[in-house]
Design a protein. Structure first.
Length: 82
């Protein structure tokens, strides 16, 4: 045993363990981010759809006659596009 390198093997094992923990932690954080971003984007889309649906209903109320409903069809088209 080298008297100048006491505990060197323990230090090397500790470094490998820390590197492994950082790697696993990084993978876990990296894998969860796309799911969070997807959920957030879907929430925004749902809010936009609800707002457009609200505008569509208001348009239908404004143009009460069935012949005039064609004016409101653009809202329906936008909702269908989502």
């Amino acid at each position: 045993m080298n008297p100048f390198n006491q505990g060197g093997e323990k230090m090397m094992n500790t470094r490998w363990f820390l590197c492994l923990c950082i790697l696993v932690g990084g993978l876990l954080v990296g894998c969860s981010n796309p799911q969070k971003r997807s959920a957030a984007a879907q929430a925004v889309i749902d809010e936009q759809k609800a707002e457009i649906m609200k505008d569509y209903r208001a348009c239908l109320k404004k143009y009460e006659k069935p012949e005039e409903h064609e004016v409101c069809e653009r809202y329906k088209g936008i909702i269908d596009a989502f």
